[in-house]
Design a protein around this ligand. Structure first.
Ligand SMILES: NC(=O)c1ccc[n+]([C@@H]2O[C@H](COP(=O)([O-])OP(=O)(O)OC[C@H]3O[C@@H](n4cnc5c(N)ncnc54)[C@H](OP(=O)(O)O)[C@@H]3O)[C@@H](O)[C@H]2O)c1
Length: 230
C-alpha cells in the first residue's frame, strides 16, 4: 500500500499535538480523518490539507459512543479503510486534590480514559482488517506520579490501556504505540512552565516514526522529554 492510500484517524485533531501531527502525516501521504469537538477548526485544517480527497473533519466528543462510531463510519465511507487510529484527545488539571471542580475531574477522567477506551473499541475491527496501528497519547505523567495530580492517574490508565490492547491484539498484525510526551507548548497549558518545552512538531515526528516501521516492528512506547525538564 502506498503512502497516498493509507488512512489515519485521530482524535484531538483540532489543536496542539494532534493538529501538528496531522500536518506532518499529510505531508507524508497519509489521508486524514480529523476528529474533535471544534468542527470549524477541523474544517479549516482539512481544507489546508487538501480537502475531502485527502482529509475529512468529523465533529466528535470522545466521551460519546455514537460520535466515536460515526467517526469510524465516516472514515470507512470516505476512504474505505483505517490504517492507523490515535486516541489523542485529552486535557489536564491543577496539581492538588483540593483544586479544580469535581465536574472538571469527571470530564477529564471521561475524556482521557473512557474516551480513549471508546476509540479503541470503535476502531479495533477496522484496524484488524487492515493489520494497522493503534496509538494512544500517554504522558511522562503516565510513567511517574505527579504530586496531587488526578491527570497523572488518567495517563497511567492510558499506558495500561495501551498494554492491555497490545496483549489483546497480539497475533492480529495490529501494532500498538503509546506516545508519552513531556511538556509540550500547546493550548494544554495557559502558559507552559518551562523555558524550552517541546513543540507539537517534535511529538509529531515521534508519531511518524512509530507508523513508518515495517510490519514486523511494533514500537510500543515513545517517551520524549524536553532536554531540560525537572
Ligand atoms: N501539552 C503537553 O505538555 C502534553 C504532555 C503530555 C501529554 N499530553 C497529551 O497530549 C494530548 C493532546 O494535548 P495537546 O497538548 O495537543 O493539547 P491541546 O492543544 O489542548 O489539544 C487537546 C485536543 O483534545 C481535544 N479534546 C478535548 N476534549 C475532547 C473531547 N471530549 N472530545 C474530543 N476531543 C477533545 C481538543 O479538541 P476540541 O476542544 O476541539 O474538542 C484538542 O484538539 C492530550 O491527551 C494531552 O493530555 C500533552
Amino acid at each position: 500500500m502506498s503512502g497516498d492510500d493509507r488512512v489515519f484517524l485521530l482524535t484531538g485533531a483540532s489543536s496542539g499535538i494532534g493538529a501538528a501531527s496531522a500536518r506532518l502525516l499529510a505531508s507524508e501521504g497519509w489521508r486524514l480523518v480529523l476528529a474533535a469537538r471544534s468542527l470549524d477548526r477541523l474544517e479549516a485544517l482539512a481544507a489546508e490539507l487538501g480537502g475531502s480527497e485527502r482529509a475529512v473533519a468529523v465533529e466528535c466528543d470522545v466521551t460519546d459512543w455514537a460520535d466515536q462510531q460515526a467517526a469510524v463510519t465516516v472514515a470507512l465511507e470516505q476512504f474505505g479503510r483505517i490504517d492507523a487510529a490515535w486516541a489523542n484527545a485529552g486535557f489536564g488539571g491543577q496539581r492538588s486534590f483540593l483544586a479544580d471542580t469535581i465536574e472538571h475531574w469527571r470530564e477529564m477522567v471521561l475524556t482521557n480514559v473512557y474516551g480513549a477506551a471508546l476509540t479503541i473499541r470503535a476502531t479495533m475491527p477496522a484496524l484488524k482488517d487492515s493489520r494497522g496501528r493503534l496509538l494512544l497519547t500517554g504522558s511522562v505523567a503516565g510513567r511517574r506520579a505527579i504530586p496531587g495530580s488526578l491527570y497523572s492517574a488518567t495517563k497511567h490508565a492510558v499506558h495500561a490501556l495501551g498494554e492491555s490492547a497490545r496483549q489483546e491484539l497480539d497475533g492480529t498484525g495490529v501494532r500498538v504505540t503509546v506516545i508519552a510526551p513531556g511538556m509540550v507548548d500547546t493550548p494544554f497549558f495557559e502558559k507552559v512552565p518551562l523555558d524550552e518545552p517541546l513543540r507539537a512538531e517534535d511529538v509529531a515526528r515521534a508519531v511518524l516514526f512509530a507508523v513508518s516501521q515495517p510490519p514486523h516492528v511494533d514500537v510500543n512506547e515513545i517517551l520524549v522529554r524536553p532536554t531540560a525538564q525537572p
